[in-house]
Write a protein that binds this ligand. Sequence first.
Ligand code: PEP
Ligand code: MG
Length: 759
Amino acid sequence: MPERIETESRKLLGRLRRALAEDGAGQERLDKIVELIASSMRTEVCSIYLFRDEETLELCATEGLKAESVHQTRMRLGEGLVGRVARTRRVVNTADAPNAKGFRYMPETGEERYSSFCGVPVQRLGETMGVLVVQSKEAREFTADEVYALEVVAMVLAEMTELGVFVGEGAALSARHQNPVLFRGSIAQEGASAGQVYLHEPRVVVTNPIAEDPEAEMVRLRAAVDQLRMSVDEMLSDQTAVATDQKQVFEAYRMFANSKSWMRRMEADVENGLSAEASVEKEQSLARTRLGQSSDAYMRERLHDLDDLSNRLLRILTGQGGDTGAEVPERPILVARNIGPGELLEYGKTLKGIVLEEGSVGSHATIVARAWAIPLVINAKGITTEALNGDQILVDGEQGIVHLRPDEQVQAAFSDKIAMHTRAQERYASIRDLPAETKCGRVISLHMNAGLMADLPSLEGSGAEGVGLFRTELQFLIRSQMPKRAELSALYARVMDAAGGRRVAFRTLDIGSDKVLPYMKPNDEPNPAMGWRAIRVGLDKPGILRMQLQALVRAANGGPLTVMFPFITLRSEFREAKAELDKVIAREARLGNPLPSKLELGAMLETPSLGFAAQGFFEEVDFLSVGGNDLKQFFYAADRENERVRRRYDTLNVSFLSFLEQVVSRCREAGTPISFCGEDAGRPIEALCLAAIGFESLSMRPASVGPVKHLLRQVNLEELKVVIDEARDNGAQSVRRAVSDFLVENARLNGSMSGGRIT
Ligand code: PEP
Ligand code: MG
């Protein structure tokens, strides 16, 4: 940075600091600022334009243009050179403004006399609040150093709280922070809720944008960055507590924390008169602007990391914790990047919903939310950057969707949805104790999927006959160390107890793939979904499998026990797993411990290969459960976590249905019960088709039991089967259209249509 500009910029900021420290507020201060900038930069004009609303900029202060035009001259976003700066969030610097792209002549300001124009966006944390402009008669381009000085001043301006005063409520916020935004996340706890945003970690408030003593400020900045680096190193060195994906994030943090260019830019800002906090925020603002403009998912992730890191640095510098005293709104919906269970418990049950930018279904926080039955959406990417305290927010936990600042139409539709949901819940409750008996007299068994103790209360309310899939790995995932056998046994006993004699199919550990135990050595595999996971781990590490089986046998305490092995691909894998159970049983018998009164041992069919196993396999298992989520991913070679490819392949595609039908018929031949426990079992239309092709038992999320039962009770599955067969014979790729048409007609005949929907 050349010496001249360094001192100019510092000088300008010094004068600005004095001006800001003087009494007076509002317009007076803005007038002083523009006058000061114009004289310091030796330009005839300096003006500040601020957003009046999300589309309109208003001239709020000027030195050099006609005074009468203040608060009169307005322009649309994108209109004229000022509008161009606001829209593109980029500097416009030209020696020949009248001939520059987008120039608009504004006679009321007397602007035509000025040929040089330099406009910089006034932005705070990626929000554009307005534009700072200097103009001069002399035809010259402003030097890079002058532009830099202007940007620094714009940064200070952005910190001035009174900016909002001039241009009406919310005008200091950018268009971006006023628009409705929809986030598609993942479902962690069902339910629908409307309320206001309550940020877990509100933005850090910077109150001192200008440094009093740049040398001292530099020392503060460097000390804070050192502290930041140390804390990131500590996070990383605590290997046992860090899961692989978290570790990657920390690695990225470390990279940024040690980035020389990041440090250099902040040091230059401080040298030029900004406070340490303002220099961090200036960089953060830049990153946020780039974040908003980048379509590259990887880049966006990295910019997010930098954003997070900047927040940490700001907290170190300001000593501000999470509690900034923001008022708790009437219906608080907690918005956070992630949250620990302890922190969540502190908020208490007053929360009406939770939205996390990260999170996971197996996290502690999810357990708490489930236990409270508070709608929770996770993986809502970008929400912490977009949401502001008090914003209206709608959480749709049924679909994993969040509407931030919804418009009236969406709000109305959501209220309808909540009302419909309530009515539907009443309807489902009324049939809760009735069987899922179809019009043709078949009775389908409906079970629920679970994985945590907190899920069990849903058994009663949902009307499920039992637990068709208990994902035991969730208990392992939420711990920081491997649970002991006695702990597990006590837990399984409590689950059986809570099920009150109803069948619970315990699936042995399905770890690997996306389920990485924090306390197990991470396994660096190129393709973990097809890697060392589930029963493969169990057979290679039989100690863990045996420990779990022993815990299950002991929990049964002489009562019935149902166990299934995940991801069985070969008949031999089932046999080996069964042999482990036999050993456990023999040992328990030797010890004189009670043995299960009835033992059902099943396999999960999650790979196509098992569908083609020898017929003997279908005879030797006590039951089969189709894990449709994995099966579909391998059947179609489409990653279940990758929406882009997953969406392409329909469950009701004839090839998939035909495969399933073949498996059902092989089970029938062997007299072996078969059920379906993937997500599709909980989708009413898919569930009907599965029942139509022969599944007698389905296991699903608790919230799906009601809707699936309701629809099953209205349909004749024999008729539906004819529709499916006809569509298939006619060469349809998917039977969905034919089935939907049939259902609409069926509902019309039954008089159960409302507003074009099947109810
Ligand atoms: C499945 O794959 O369908 C299944 C039920 O198991 P998970 O979703 O736990 O892999
Ligand atoms: Mg699976």
